[in-house]
Design a protein around this ligand. Structure first.
Ligand SMILES: [Zn+2]
Length: 95
């Protein structure tokens, strides 16, 4: 994705809605700003966010560009494992 945006009088740039939707960016989220002195590139890095599922802001990892907390990752892992188990069980019953 590439967008052209104009700097506002107040120094703000609005991130396009498509990016905010795709990456779950919410108002109030914080970003680190890094400027590359050599080519002038300005990078934004999310420095704070919330879990996509439970809005927890602790122990976050980035997965496909979205924040997910460690607890939800564990619950998903357990849930998926159980489903795989029950599916294979149903599969055996059908045979
Ligand atoms: Zn969570």
């Amino acid at each position: 994705m590439k967008f052209n945006k104009r700097l506002s009088r107040g120094g703000g740039i609005t991130l396009p809605a498509a990016i905010r939707r795709q990456y779950g960016l919410e108002a109030g989220e914080k970003f680190g700003i890094t400027v590359n002195d050599e080519d002038g590139t300005i990078m934004l890095q999310r420095s704070q966010g919330q879990c996509l599922f439970c809005q927890n802001d602790k122990k976050l990892i980035v997965f496909h560009g979205r924040f997910v907390c460690a607890e939800c990752v564990q619950h998903m892992d357990a849930d998926v494992s159980e489903r795989e188990f029950s599916n294979s069980f149903e599969g055996r019953v059908e045979e």
